[in-house]
Design a protein around this ligand. Sequence first.
Ligand code: PNS
Length: 159
Amino acid sequence: MNRVVCPGSFDPITFGHLDIIKRASSLFDEVIIAVMVNQTKKTLFTVEERIEMVREVTSKYPNVKVDSWSGLLVDYCKKNDISIIVKGLRAVTDFDYELQMSQVNLQLQEVETLFLSTAPAHSFLSSSLVKEIASYGGDVSSYIPAALLERLKDRLAGN
Ligand code: PNS
């Protein structure tokens, strides 16, 4: 079985992430979304909340599963017998960092990284940008699924 992992913080998941996940799900037998826990990165939503939101908006894809991981991504891959990481590449500015990570992951555990170029409509989109716009009361309904809009608004209001 051709199983791949799509890792990320998903704080929250955006239409940019969903585009990559949908395309990966049509290319591979199984896609596991790994919601990563990074102790040094402060997130707006807890890992449980991020998992719940990712599950909610990807439930229509039968070959997409959601999991979480705290630690090196390559260790997750090894534990689950996965040899391919799929990531979206938005712009040249993503490249240096993504290249570095992919080379480290290749060297550590021989895990390959395949990059899908982000659809042009999402090339500027990031969870950080969504949070910033929403924190000033801006409309983010073109950037994240409708089901998550209230949750984001509530959290930014301090709930
Ligand atoms: O959505 P993000 O925060 O941009 O995703 C980044 C993520 C979580 C995919 C990346 O930081 C990662 O793979 N972290 C896991 C820890 C790890 O394996 N680090 C070594 C890679 S060089």
